[in-house]
Design a protein around this ligand. Structure first.
Ligand code: GLY
Ligand code: MN
Ligand code: MN
Length: 466
């Protein structure tokens, strides 16, 4: 049975209660179990909003929080027969002591209890567009209340989306969250180190190395340190596969002389990490690989330097693009005679041929975590522009201003698919370097740097442990 630091969740429920006000009531279901095939389910993963508010990981549960801060959990009742098959259940009797909620009932009582809880509230809050059928269920509860108005019930007049409120709370990570994320970063880094070392060791031994060998190494390291699962589908891409942005670890051969791009990290106690490293399969970068690698690394350094409280979310991306674009011009990936100056390359987005994604995203409970990317206080300041590549009209709003405790990834890359005019020695090289950062007052803390990024350090690591 899980141990829960209940004061952490009680504090969050109290904060949420203040936000929804005394007339509010919030309904937060956890995630459903999902069928994988026939009668086998996917590994169960709770809903992040629900978990944020109570730390409970069993399925078939709903949390209700009222504006006075009172938390009521509806959860699976104890059931001897089901527990033999599916494992122990906490049960409503033990839930208040274990989780710190004020009350708990069997999930079978949700409909009846909720009617009483909704009666007399002004506003019902729940996550919109995240749980199939929830809107209809809320309508059903409200309709039942309306049917009884002649007997004196008062039906809430408003329904509001809880996601916006919870997204803002989740965006700034508290000390408890930061500690878990640091540990997740350490474990994931260990997985990358093992994969790098295995690749070189197997090639030195003349063995047939496949992407799945490296994937297995990552998984082993994640699980042996208590991670529940990878935080997302692991990308282990050898050679040209690295140019496929969402490639999944498969059976591709890892050849001597290839680069391997691994974008994989663990989830630990509900928190994701997200690391990418690109390394030479045999432990030694070739000249062209190193040239591109050092440009990506320099762009990541520029992005890291731009990540600090008070800066905009877009500052790291802009800093990375500048370095990448200059590098592309310097090494002839982009032809100055065709694309013009650095400013032209940025203005016209000519770099997009080799760098087609953004430099980061929020990270937290979800690998692409919640939280607005625009600054809430400046939401009305809209400007429009024409996109240089697509001609589309884009609405720009001022980007989010970074605050201490926000967590984001910093992940520039270069991907070179063979094309006319592109120097052949760069063909099929794909490089990304990704670390997770927590914003601090003066800069940011990189929490995934237990695996090296500098060429000499990667090469040294891969020489060790022959
Ligand atoms: N691994 C997913 C991402 O980097 O965004
Ligand atoms: Mn990422
Ligand atoms: Mn990633």
């Amino acid at each position: 049975m899980q141990t829960v630091n209940s004061s952490v969740y009680a504090r969050r429920r109290a904060t949420l209660a203040r936000q929804i006000g005394p007339g509010g009531i919030a309904i937060v279901p956890t995630a459903p179990e999902r069928c994988r095939n026939r009668d086998s389910d996917f590994l169960y993963r709770h809903d992040s909003y629900f978990y944020y508010l109570c730390g409970f990981t069993e399925p078939h549960a709903t949390l209700v929080i009222t504006g006075d801060g009172h938390g009521t959990l509806f959860c699976q009742p104890k059931d001897r027969e089901r527990e033999i098959w599916d494992g122990l259940r906490l049960g409503p009797e033990a839930a208040p002591a274990q989780l710190g909620v004020e009350a708990a009932f069997s999930a079978t009582e949700l409909d009846a209890q909720l009617l009483a809880m909704l009666d007399g509230r002004e506003t019902v809050w729940y996550p919109f567009a995240t749980h199939t059928g929830l809107e209809t269920r809320v309508d059903g509860w409200l309709n039942k209340l309306r049917e009884r108005v002649r007997y004196g019930t008062l039906c809430p007049q408003q329904q509001r989306d809880l996601c916006g409120v919870l997204d803002e709370l989740r965006l700034v990570k508290d000390a408890h969250e930061q500690a878990i994320m640091r540990r997740a970063g350490q474990i994931s880094a260990g997985g990358h180190i093992r994969a790098m070392q295995l690749s070189a060791r197997m090639l030195r031994a003349g063995q047939d190395v496949r992407e799945y060998h490296l994937d297995a190494e990552l998984l082993h390291e994640f699980r042996r340190h208590g991670s529940q699962a990878p935080a997302y589908g692991s990308i282990v891409a050898a050679g040209a596969n690295a140019c496929v942005l969402h490639y999944r670890a498969d059976a591709g051969r890892v050849n001597d002389g290839d680069l391997v791009l691994i974008d994989a990290a663990c989830e630990l106690d509900g928190y994701a990490s997200d690391i990418t490293r690109t390394f030479p399969a045999n432990g030694c970068f070739t000249g062209p690989q190193r040239t591109l690698y050092d440009i990506v690394l320099a762009s990541q350094e520029a992005a890291v330097a731009a990540t600090k409280a008070g800066a905009r979310f877009t500052a790291p991306h802009d800093a990375a693009v500048k370095v990448l674009a200059q590098g592309m011009l310097d090494i002839g990936l982009l032809d100055k005679n065709k694309v013009g100056s650095l400013d032209d390359v940025i203005e016209q987005r000519a770099y997009f041929a080799f760098y087609m994604h953004r430099t980061g995203h929020w990270i937290g409970m979800d690998v692409h975590d919640c939280g607005a990317y625009t600054e809430p206080s400046e939401i009305g300041q809209v400007s429009t522009r024409k996109d240089a590549l697509t001609g589309e009209t884009i609405k720009d709003r001022p980007a989010r201003i970074l605050r201490p405790g926000m967590a984001l990834t910093i992940e520039p890359g270069i991907y070179v698919r063979p094309a006319p005019g592109v120097p052949e020695h760069f063909h099929n090289i794909g490089i990304r370097i990704e670390d997770d950062a927590i914003v601090t007052a003066s800069g940011c803390e990189l929490i995934t740097r237990d695996v090296p990024v500098v060429v000499a350090e990667i090469e040294a690591l891969m020489r060790e442990r022959a």
